[in-house]
Design a protein around this ligand. Structure first.
Ligand code: 5GP
Length: 132
């Protein structure tokens, strides 16, 4: 059975898309730790990120870097925190989180509840920073 992220890739489940190429997709986390919290995934489903071969892992990181720099321009923050957990969804993904302090990376904190419109606006802001 395809992962929930593969179902997002196929369009079966909607998401707030940030960026996409042939092999990668970036979209907003539905339960963000911060405004702009984004997930970057390879379109091909692999559970554990270290099972991805070196070439594809490097490409995934470079795609995440491009997206992260766009988030940084769109969302005021000190920098973009990067983490990989993968305990909930068995499809490798990189969390990109705008942070101002170490506690902003605390995954046990309550998540933000943002409306569809708020998420759509954030996605718009980030996408426009990636255009130029
Ligand atoms: P992890 O697997 O890294 O522990 O956490 C999975 C992340 O995916 C969580 O931050 C969760 O909010 C996010 N997530 C889970 N299901 C969905 C979904 O259907 N759509 C989106 N956009 N994010 C999801």
């Amino acid at each position: 059975m395809p992962s929930i992220f593969s179902r997002i890739v196929s369009g079966e489940i909607p998401c707030h898309r940030i960026a996409e190429d042939e092999h990668h997709l970036a979209f907003l986390d539905i339960n963000p730790l911060a405004r702009g919290h984004t997930l970057v995934i390879p379109k091909d489903e692999t559970d554990y990120i270290f099972d991805i071969d070196d070439e594809r892992l490097s490409a995934l990181m470079l795609f995440a870097k491009m997206v992260g720099l766009g988030i940084e321009r769109a969302i005021p923050c000190k920098r973009i925190g990067i983490t990989v957990i993968g305990l909930e969804v068995p499809h490798a993904h990189i969390h990109l989180i705008p942070i101002n302090s170490i506690s902003d990376m605390e995954f046990s904190r309550p998540k933000l509840t943002l409306s569809h419109e708020e998420l759509a606006n954030i996605a718009d802001q980030i996408r426009s920073e990636l255009k130029g």
